[in-house]
Design a protein. Structure first.
Length: 326
């Protein structure tokens, strides 16, 4: 499994950009940008090199961790998946591309798309000395127009960008992303009810067009969860000193909550594993786990007297793919 922490090359590139950069200025800009995003804004709030770097410091570690967790889940279900080309839509500073590079060493061709020139410039700067990302292609322009011109890729990704476009555009963008997908499409959104709603709408629409779910769901059926419940996961990551300063944080870690779906051209072969939908409740008597199974939602109870099964269930963590029969 790929680590949720930023890779050494990316950390070094960020550290180089930070020399002479005011942490207080970065914290102020990051707070302003975050406020705009929470209010339903988009990357248009990022207009300068300072804005882009402040955004990267504040959000890149958590976004990287969420995308990596999603890619790890995909790789676990499809250990033989070895994509050679990547298309990163709404790429920003290149976070998802870096995560995919770590998860899939087979990747050789990288195409990134984003309309924000400041984020594009930062992404190219960060990749300049990378051993694998020096020759990325980064196209600037409006999402659908730029995507329409792009070549298809084995792996297509869109992380934390669907919510930046209007509801009426999301369906058309989903279809266009699917036409550019040779094998697998991964979409990651914030782990909020609104983020989940965008994921579940895209999932249903593309299944109707012939897509099959690789992860997190162990089936292509309608999501069994009912409001106010929603499907989301959590990934813990360590904060660097600079990250803590920019975020105004006191604890050295962060828990990023996210929703995602990985869709494939072909169905997953063999018996599907269940997905743990929340941290299991462990008591002296039994372990209760909320699972999404191939048959639907299940609350599995593993009694302590079943020693081997209980020991296995104690290792279950939120987001894991597990054998319900264990």
């Amino acid at each position: 499994m790929t680590s949720p922490d930023l890779p050494a090359e990316l950390k070094a590139a960020l550290d180089s950009k930070l020399r002479g950069f005011s942490r207080s200025d970065a914290a102020e800009r990051a707070a302003s940008i975050s406020k705009t995003y929470r209010g339903g804004g988009n990357s248009g709030a990022i207009r300068s090199e300072t804005d882009a770097l402040a955004y990267a410091l504040a959000r890149m570690p958590a976004t990287y961790a969420a995308v990596t967790a999603s890619l790890n889940a995909l790789a676990e279900i499809r250990p033989d998946f070895a994509p050679s080309s990547l298309l990163d839509i709404g790429a920003g500073p290149g976070t998802a591309t870096w995560a995919a590079t770590e998860a899939f060493p087979s990747l050789k061709n990288f195409t990134l798309l984003d309309a924000n020139d400041a984020l594009r410039a930062l992404a190219l700067d960060l990749a300049r000395d990378s051993t694998r990302l020096r020759h990325i292609s980064y196209e600037s322009g409006e999402a659908r127009a730029t995507l329409a011109k792009a070549d298809a890729a084995d792996l297509v990704m869109a992380s934390y960008m669907i919510g930046e476009i209007g509801d009426s555009e999301q369906r058309a963008l989903a279809e266009l992303m699917w036409t550019k997908t040779r094998d697998t499409l991964l979409v990651v959104e914030p782990g909020t009810p609104a983020g989940y709603a965008r994921i579940i709408a895209l999932r249903a629409h593309l299944i109707a067009l012939g897509a099959h779910v690789a992860a997190p769901c162990p089936h292509d059926s309608k999501c069994p969860l009912e409001p106010p419940d929603w499907c989301h996961f959590s990934q813990r990551l360590q904060r660097s000193r600079a990250h803590m300063q920019v975020k105004g944080a006191e604890v050295p870690f962060e828990d990023e909550r996210f929703s995602y779906v990985a869709l494939m051209r072909m169905p997953v072969e063999g018996r599907r594993l269940s997905r743990v939908l929340a941290q299991p409740d462990i008591s002296k008597v039994e372990i209760t786990a909320k699972l999404c199974t191939p048959e639907g939602l299940s609350f599995s109870k593993v009694p302590r007297r079943a020693k081997a099964d209980y020991a296995t269930a104690r290792r279950w963590r939120w987001g894991d793919a597990v054998n319900k029969e264990s």
